[in-house]
Each structure stands twice: as C-alpha cells, then as structure tokens.
Design a protein around this ligand. Structure first.
Ligand code: SF4
Length: 356
C-alpha cells in the first residue's frame, strides 16, 4: 500500500468532512456510542437517536446506571438490541475497572463487551490518535479498489491482509483523521454499488481499480444471502383501552423486549378468536385485520395482525395504555403497525418495513 495514501486522504477529509454530531468533539463516550449505533444503520437514521440518547444518558456513569426499560426505549427502532445491552455492560466495566474513565489503549478497549477490532481501532485512533486501523466494509471496499484486489472482501483472510497492510502505513499523528477519512471516502465518494465518483476522488492518482477501469469488478460481488421466511399471527388485544403485551424470552431474536401476543403461522379469523379464548381474555369479534412484512438480516417475518376487543384483562399479560406503549415500553419495530394500532414511533427507524 502506498505511503502517500494517508496524506492524500487526510488532506481531503479535513476539507470535505460532513458535519455530524459525533464529530463535535473526540470525547470517547460520544465516539463509542456513534460507532455502536452506526453498525448496520445509516448515518441519517442514527442522528436523532444519537442526540436523544446523549441528552438522556450524557455520561458513561448515567449509561451504567440506566434501567433496562429506559435503555431499550432509547434504542427502540434501531434494531440489533444486543448493541444496547453490550453498551451498558461495557459502561459498567468502565465504572468498576477504570474508575469511570474510558481506557485509552487499543488492547483494553478491545476487551470491553461488544467491542471488536473495528470499533476498538476507531476509538483508539479517533480519540487517542493511536496508529491503529479500523477496518469495516467501507474501508475494505476503498482499499481493495486502491490496491486493485479483485477479491471477496467478506473473507476473514482478506480483511486480515488489508488490516496488516494499513498498519504499515498508519501515520504517527493524524491517525484519527486517516481513519475517518477512509470511512468518509467510502461513504461519500467510493460508494458501494453503482459507480464510484472517481472524478472527485483524492486518491485516483494511486488507485489501481480506477487506472485499470476495473471499479465495477472490485470488490467481487458476493452471492445474495438467502433469508428464512417465517409466518406469525399477532394479537392486538384491547380491553378498556389497554393493550395486552408480554416480554420476549431473554435469548434469541429481539431478546428481552416487549411484544404483542403472537403465534407461529397465519391463523384464520376463527382460529385467532379460538386461540384468544384460551387465554381467558373473552375476545369479541375481530375489529381489524392487516398484513405486514418485516425484514431482519437473516429472517423475513410475514405477519398478520388482528385487533380484537376483549372483555377481560387476563393476568397472563400486562395491560398498558397507549401512552405507556409509546413512552415506557420498548416494542420492536416489527410489532408496530402504524394506522392500524397507533403510531408510537417518534423518530424514523432504520429497518426495512414493507406493507403488503
Ligand atoms: Fe474508489 Fe474511484 Fe477513488 Fe479508486 S479512484 S478509490 S475506485 S472512488
């Protein structure tokens, strides 16, 4: 990898970086939170969540002390809730093992719950100017193109090779700007899919893919992942203007979050009423029915919602009003049905949501 790369990238980054809230200062808590939120989620979707989270939990101590409901509520709609749980676990480690001060060595950061080599590299270089790369999909794509590597960048061996090559050229100072410059280049110029904007790229003079007219072939395209399809019926049971909810199991998809009662498979109206009767809620007839598809990374849910007025609040569920649904309980986006139930999403979410 060319030794001139950092200089070209840093100079361009300092002149072209986007104004983002986590770039206001290099306080590790802010940078860490942004990196965790940005995993699997677009920048524009993250911004409102990020601001709200920092306003409510402005310090590592506040995050460590937050209760689960508050934490999940702040994360509601971002998906991948294990990130929120890991953030809090790591905050508690920092409070007990580091007296509340974020550790500054790459190896220490890497040991925090939920922190992998990418996030540790990002924090160490951005906050502490350590010459350590942060190699994510953007950086892999950019560097594979610069080096003219027609390889599958999802392969661990490729990632390792690129990380080691970057390590050799990381600057002694300005590491954070180099890290962010590579990320920014991948996000705004050397974009995935479509055509990279090579004409405005600061590294085109050393980019082999550009020089060889191979930007369309690099990196190699991976075969599309197949998703599992699952069907479920969701019961929106309403009694005296209160909705029945229950907590999901502590393991697996959407672990520990709240949900509306549901059942595997798409039930007919009669089957749904029959099942609801077995829950001792005295269901009346179905008031509303709607279908929805919700797409996770590996699973696609085909959902049928039934809104059913009920005569009794069975003790097998918790019954909460609309305000509590909106403000207190974290209901994953998958279980939300705007225009059918109540629109208790306050801010945009990142997950794909399609209505049939
Ligand atoms: Fe990407 Fe084109 Fe720049 Fe090469 S010249 S890094 S392909 S945008």
């Amino acid at each position: 990898m060319k030794r001139t790369l950092p200089k070209l990238v840093i100079r361009w980054y300092l002149q072209n970086k986007r104004d983002l809230p986590w770039r206001e200062n290099k306080e590790p808590y802010r940078v860490w939170l942004s990196e965790m939120m940005l995993q699997q989620t677009r920048v524009q979707a993250v911004i409102p969540y990020y601001k709200r989270f920092l306003a409510e939990l402005p310090t590592i101590g506040a995050l460590a002390a937050a209760n689960e409901e508050q934490l999940y509520k702040l994360w509601q709609g971002l998906g991948y809730y294990s990130r929120a749980r890991n953030l809090q676990k790591a905050a508690r480690v920092i409070m007990t093992e580091y007296d509340g001060v974020f550790p500054n060595a790459y190896e220490q950061i890497l040991k925090l719950p939920g922190v992998g080599p990418y996030t540790a590299g990002a924090i160490a270089s951005i906050c502490f100017d350590a010459p350590v790369p942060a190699v994510d999909g953007n950086v892999l794509r950019v560097t594979a193109r610069i080096e003219g590597l027609a390889v599958d960048i999802s392969q661990p061996a490729v990632k390792k090779e690129i990380r080691e090559a970057l390590l050799q050229i990381y600057p002694k100072s300005g590491s954070g700007d180099f890290t962010q410059g590579l990320m920014e280049l991948g996000a705004t110029v050397c974009v995935p899919g479509g055509k990279p904007k090579c004409g405005e790229c600061p590294v085109k003079s050393i980019c082999k893919a550009f020089q060889n007219g191979a930007t369309g072939e690099i990196p190699l395209k991976k075969p599309a992942k197949t998703r599992t399809h699952e069907s479920i019926t969701v019961f929106v049971l309403v009694c005296n203007e209160k909705f029945a909810i229950r907590k999901r199991e502590e393991k697996g998809l959407l672990a520990g979050l709240w949900e509306f009662p549901n059942n595997v498979g798409i039930l007919t109206s009669e089957q749904a009423i029959s099942l609801a009767s077995s829950w001792d809620v005295k269901p009346e007839k179905i008031a509303k029915k709607a279908d929805k598809k919700h797409v996770f990374t590996h699973i696609e849910w085909h959902m049928r919602f039934y809104r059913i007025p009920c005569g009794e609040q069975s003790a097998r569920f918790i019954w909460v009003d609309e305000d509590a649904l909106r403000d207190t309980y974290a209901i994953p986006t998958a279980f939300q049905m705007p225009d059918f139930l109540c629109d208790f999403r306050k801010i945009p979410h990142s997950q794909t949501l399609l209505f049939l």
